[in-house]
Design a protein around this ligand. Structure first.
Ligand SMILES: Nc1ncnc2c1ncn2[C@@H]1O[C@H](COP(=O)(O)OP(=O)(O)OP(=O)(O)O)[C@@H](O)[C@H]1O
Ligand SMILES: [Mg+2]
Length: 553
């Protein structure tokens, strides 16, 4: 079908602009569709918010199962189609990249901002007025959060631990949150660097490995590096103290030529000589490693069986096919240089660690590199009953590490449980009074949308949101700034007393990412979608008629 975009007045021939199969929706219809799609995404994720939130079981197209309550992971897995829904997925991603927590909240708030905007559009308030109002409200909300935030000492372990525990309270691993929080805080403090009077944390300095087996309580922090690899040869030492480590990025194998070559061997002697030569090449390589003074070799590529044998004879502990990212971490931690050509290896390139040891973890073996030259390098080894548990534990530890980093870098916290949202909404309503007519409506709508966090927390805890919100509003009117929802007792309480703390950076980012997404979606009044690529005709003999070959485009 050709799309008729315009018709010239002088003739009746239509002017064709878009390709066949394109679709276009505009004005109210486009806005309505986009808002609807975004709202559906928010609705889907809502039930995962808070400690009483539910988990989702997601099955991908290959049948792999993920169980999680992490907003970003849920959205990543559900592969949405609609462009506006995709923007909501982006919100969660931005939130995760910036601060690492609050992904569910940001999507819920964005959905509610759009829902409220639609009500205003229905009342004939123009989207640009709503957008202006939302932007003003967001700026004001950030100021309010900044004003009510409680400054803390960035190295105050107790406060950091509480923040980490709050981030894990809503996860599958909440039973073990105290122990995991302790590990997360230790790890982040370990890698924090003081620059001027501020701290900087690069979470890439913390290695997180997981191995199913035992239980979550066996999760440990290791001062060093853990490789999910085993020592390649049984004749090699399993424990090397005062390790001098060679890091190689080339194979210890005889290189295969890229072209086919034919060698005519006419006698057994020639055959022997040929094999001997190969052996000599490998032996030469091992000699070079030994001559450099290395007693540990970590190789990013393969190590030939024969080379393994020679290495074992020299008493060198070797690991092959290490990940590139692990090699980089090893280089940083041990001070060793990654060498690409074995001829270049000399003693100055070696890294140092007090101990390299292979240990049995569950059914597998792992190599631990401890007491590295750079004392800052740390690893967390996550254990847990099943693969799904260690996967979700890894995501939860990620959130915990992120929130601790957030507080160390911006040392201000808020009490959670919906308290800051109610306070922001209260002050925004006062602020709205100072604005003219329609913008006022937008700011009021923004205030209500922010309250969707406590509303959802209450709903998920099985409480009546209307009662709870009116109690909370009343408490805040009386000046009880930290009144929030104690979801376990099912009542309004002082969240500060309960020790439910969150980084101010997370709450600020929720406002920023939700506002950005909502205003972006509201600004769209025309959606032009190109037609899908045509499916190839079915081959004669039905699908699979060409011997099951995939279709060629
Ligand atoms: N003990 C608690 N009592 C009440 N509310 C709590 C408690 N612990 C956490 N919360 C609240 O739960 C909310 C966070 O829930 P959750 O961690 O499920 O979502 P998120 O942080 O927005 O997203 P995600 O963690 O999926 O990235 C915050 O508003 C927080 O204040
Ligand atoms: Mg969270």
């Amino acid at each position: 079908m050709w799309l008729r975009m315009a018709e010239s007045k002088s003739s009746t021939i239509p002017v064709l602009i878009l390709k066949e199969g394109s679709r276009r929706s505009r004005g109210r219809e486009a806005q309505h569709n986009n808002i609807m799609a975004a709202k559906i995404v928010a609705e889907a994720i809502k039930s995962a918010l808070g400690p009483k939130g539910m988990d989702k079981m997601l099955v991908d197209s290959l049948g792999d199962v993920t169980i999680t309550s992490d907003g970003k992971t849920i959205l990543d897995e559900i592969e949405v189609e609609h462009p506006a829904a995709k923007m909501m997925v982006e919100v969660a991603k931005t939130q995760d990249d910036e601060v690492g927590d609050g992904t569910t909240s940001s999507v819920v708030v964005a959905g509610e901002l759009l829902s409220k905007a639609e009500e205003l559009i229905d009342k004939n308030v123009h989207p640009t007025i709503i957008i202006d109002g939302y932007r003003k409200a967001a700026d004001r909300a950030l100021e309010i959060l900044e004003n009510i935030a409680i400054p803390v000492n960035p190295t105050d372990k107790e406060a950091l631990k509480k923040v980490a525990m709050t981030s894990m309270a809503s996860k599958l691993v909440s039973e073990n949150k105290e122990q995991l929080a302790e590990i997360a805080v230790d790890a982040v403090l370990h890698v924090a660097r003081k620059i001027g009077d501020q701290y900087r944390v690069d979470l890439d300095d913390i290695m997180v490995e997981k191995k199913p087996g035992e239980s979550l309580t066996e999760t440990r922090m290791i001062k060093g590096i853990v490789l999910d690899k085993e020592v390649v040869h049984s004749g090699m030492p399993k424990r090397v103290e005062n390790a001098r480590i060679a890091l190689l990025n080339c194979p210890l194998e005889v290189e295969k030529t890229e072209f086919d070559a034919k060698i005519n061997i006419e006698s057994p002697e020639e055959m022997n000589a040929f094999l001997k030569e190969e052996e000599n090449i490998l032996k030469g390589m091992v000699e070079k490693v030994a001559a450099a003074g290395a007693n540990v070799l970590i190789c990013q590529k393969g190590i030939d069986d024969m080379a393994q044998h020679f290495l074992a004879r020299k008493g060198i502990l070797a690991v092959r096919r290490a990940k590139k990212s692990d090699m980089e971490k090893l280089s940083k931690a041990t001070g060793g240089r990654i060498i690409t050509n074995i001829d270049d290896l000399d003693s100055g390139d070696l890294g140092y660690a007090e101990l390299v040891e292979e240990r049995k973890i569950g059914d597998d073996k792992m190599v631990f590199i401890e007491g590295c030259k750079d004392p800052r390098s740390v690893a967390i080894l996550i254990r847990g009953g099943t693969e799904r548990i260690v996967d979700e534990a890894e995501r939860s530890v990620h959130d915990a590490l992120c929130v601790v980093r957030d507080v160390i870098q911006e040392p201000k916290i808020l009490a959670g449980g919906g308290a800051p949202e109610i306070e922001v909404a209260k002050e925004l309503r006062e602020y709205a009074e100072s604005l003219p007519g329609r913008e006022q409506l937008a700011v009021q709508a923004f205030a209500e949308a922010v309250e969707s966090v406590p509303v959802t927390l209450a709903e998920n805890a099985g409480l009546d949101p209307i009662d709870v919100i009116s109690d909370l509003r009343a408490a805040h009117e009386k000046g009880e700034k930290w009144a929030g929802i104690d979801v376990f007792e099912g009542k309004v309480s002082d969240m500060k007393k309960l020790g439910v703390y969150e980084p101010v950076a997370v709450k600020k980012q929720v406002i920023k990412s939700a506002t950005e997404a909502a205003t972006m979606i509201l600004k769209i009044d025309d959606v032009i979608a190109a037609g899908k690529m045509k499916a190839p005709p079915t081959p004669p003999g039905g699908p699979g008629g060409y011997g099951g070959m995939p279709p060629q485009y």
